[in-house]
Design a protein around this ligand. Sequence first.
Ligand SMILES: [Mn+2]
Length: 355
Amino acid sequence: MGHESPRSPIGRLPVRKKLSRLLKLARGKTRGLVLTHDNPDPDSLASAVALALILERKAGVSMQVAYGGIIGRAENIAFVRVLKLPVEPISKIVFDDFDLFALVDTQQNVGNHALPIHLTADVVIDHHPLREENQVPVPFSDIGNTGATSTLLTQYMRAARLEPGPELATALYYGIKADTRDLERQTRNPDVDSYLWLFPKIDRELLSKIEHPDVPARYFQLYHAAIERAKVYSSAVITDMSEVYSPDMVAEVAERLSFLDTAVWSLAYGSYRSQLYLSLRVSDRRMKAGKLIRDLTQDLGGSAGGHGSMAGARIPLYGTKQQRSALKREVVRRFKESLGIEAERGTALLSSDVS
Ligand SMILES: [Mn+2]
């Protein structure tokens, strides 16, 4: 079960107390906006929709859900479409229309969300380790110690005696399933408990449509190039994906490459709209992917975050083509240096002498 990561004071309260504090804060507000993290994953989207439902039904606030970036991964596109989730791109949002702001699956100062810098979230619900540096005081900050934010929202739903319909139940269930990789990664007892509570309520046909989506030809093209460019080192596999059509493809490839039997670490990176996206996985539970990726990228601007075994970062790319490639090379150099493999040249994953 691993070690306890830091929680916020509210994160330590029993769920009924958390719920009553949350509703107390929300009552009297008129319109609320829930934001996911940018390029949202199912855990973030499911949590946002569940929180909006709770605040609408139990605090009488009219709610909207929005996300920054794009939803690009085939499973995630299917997730939103099949479950008919009421989520809007951030370009449709006028922030002045709202008097309540919530963030889910991210935190105020992480930087991977679309809340403008001059606004402070009223509510933060997240399962990533508490980020205390430059912390802006958030009135309601529930940083739990679970494998998924969807687990926290399932607990709120139960405490609020709200029965999720099949779409929302499937969304929360898949949020937990995806973030914990089938209850294996960073899984806590509440994750298992919420997963089992949701299971009889889900629509398995919809779930299947999400888990086995149609993919465009460019998906295979991108995968092909990523594998062709992958290099294997003694303890790592690294691939430069060049331009990607969707930032979350970087995470998907890092995840896939992490299955290479000789690799402890996998790193994939690619650019999308003048940002360099990096995704890191580690299979050794003693290692901390989130800390490493922050150390590698914190002086380069952008944002970084993650847990023990999976982490990601995004760095602004600017300047000439040469300057951009130099920045990529520098990040890879730092990564190899921190693993002690800077002297290794690496072997192409597809070359015959890799056993
Ligand atoms: Mn999550």
